[in-house]
Ligand binder design. Structure first.
Ligand code: NAD
Ligand code: TYD
Length: 347
């Protein structure tokens, strides 16, 4: 079986690639990635020599390349993770999101539709986000049929791609699956996202920027739990179906950042508590208040459940960033500094 994983050099993608390469030695895993600022082959050092692992540097927006790769390999399955993924960047540069997330997804769908002849055994699995459902108030949860209400350029581009995936199922009978998950955390996440950004700033004694009053709520999902869900959906999920994946683990940003500070203080043995670095900054435009997932469908139908011990997983995650200094330094050098300056200097 030949599986194409797009975006496999990114945060979640690298965990997915590692899992499939190691767990399924009979599968040939093709990791297609453009290697944007968020893609890093260092994330896959431990599998790059595996005989069932293949890397292809390509851009999903490049239709001709995508078509010729499908024609050459005829992949049996696709797990599509390649995307521009950061809300703040989508606010400053939405076009990149429209191109990669919408046009790039359309190119993959078209290649699958035109090149796959017998689709009975095929799977086109699209990875999406709970942000397509919009913003919750203090109560309620996103379920699979919550109406779409995306509010940022990022979530609007992911919503568009989800709609295209479903439309190709209805119109052309393409065998698709979709999952929408909540905020992931774990090793190898680019430090533009809240958790690794806070850890990196604590490490360098830099201010810890909290948008607005820090009362926004996110439902944090451990990336390895997400990978287990992806494996189950890829192999056992029903064609044409959507599955919501969440951590059942809601935190306000301020409480989460304080928790990270407390854990880091113990590990770093410093005299001044990291909490003193917390700085409230200008809020994100259109900042969604709360995301929370009801994952009972995947729990009931596929027997998945999230790990219960958030404290231990967060502790493990913080240790990973503190111990992998070289990784952190390499991803935060060069362009990251420029990004950080632009994003936070005048906030
Ligand atoms: P990421 O930004 O860490 O990685 C994205 C990867 O896609 C990178 O390796 C990048 O090089 C690659 N890429 C970007 N544009 C490309 C293009 N045009 N062609 C080929 N490759 C390209 O993202 P992530 O956090 O790992 O997210 C993976 C997927 O999961 C995305 O589709 C995202 O929308 C979704 N998702 C992420 C989260 C989260 O918390 N991180 C939550 C819900 C959904
Ligand atoms: P983020 O990790 O960017 O994920 P998303 O916007 O996709 O949920 O942000 C998580 C939460 O943290 C979100 O409410 C915005 C907030 N946040 C900050 O308060 N400060 C920051 O520097 C960042 C990056 C995020």
């Amino acid at each position: 079986m030949k599986i194409l994983i797009t975006g496999g050099a990114g945060f979640i993608g690298s965990h997915v690639v590692r899992h499939f390469v190691n767990k399924y030695p009979d599968y040939q895993i093709y990791n297609l990635d453009k290697l944007t600022y968020a893609g890093n082959l260092e994330n896959l050092k431990d599998v790059e020599q595996a005989s069932n692992y293949h890397f292809i540097k390509a851009d999903i927006v490049d239709k001709d390349t995508i078509f010729s790769l499908f024609a050459e390999h005829r992949f049996d399955g696709v797990i599509h993770l390649a995307a521009e993924s950061h809300v703040d960047r989508s606010i400053s540069n939405p076009t990149e999101f429209i191109m990669t997330n919408i046009v790039g997804t359309a190119n993959l769908l078209n290649a699958a539709r035109e090149i796959w002849d017998n689709t009975d055994e095929k799977v086109f699995y699209h990875i999406s986000t709970d942000e397509v459902y919009g913003s919750l108030g203090e109560t309620g949860y996103f379920v699979e049929d919550t109406p779409y209400d995306p509010r940022s350029p990022y979530s609007a581009s992911k919503a568009s791609s989800d709609h295209l995936v479903r439309a190709y199922h209805e119109t052309y009978g393409l065998p698709v699956k979709i999952s929408n998950c909540s905020n992931n955390f774990g090793a190898f996440q680019f430090p533009e996202k809240l958790i690794p950004l806070i850890i990196n700033n604590i490490k360098h004694n830099k201010p810890l920027p909290i948008y607005g009053e820090g009362k926004n709520i996110r439902d944090w999902l451990f990336v390895e739990d997400h990978v287990q869900a992806i494996d189950l959906i890829f192999h056992q999920g029903k064609s044409g179906e959507t599955y919501n994946i969440g951590g059942n683990n809601e935190w306000t940003n301020i409480d989460l950042v304080k928790k990270i500070c407390q854990i880091a203080d113990k590990k770093l043995n410093r005299n001044t508590p990291a909490e003193s670095l917390i700085t409230f900054v200008k809020d994100r435009a259109g900042h969604d208040l709360r995301y929370a997932i009801d994952s009972s469908k995947i729990q009931r139908e596929l027997g998945w459940k999230p790990s219960p011990d958030f404290d231990a997983l967060l502790d493990k995650t913080i240790s990973w960033y503190l111990e992998n200094e070289q990784w952190l330094n390499s991803v935060t050098s060069g362009n990251y500094q420029k990004y950080y300056e632009k994003q936070y200097a005048k906030r």
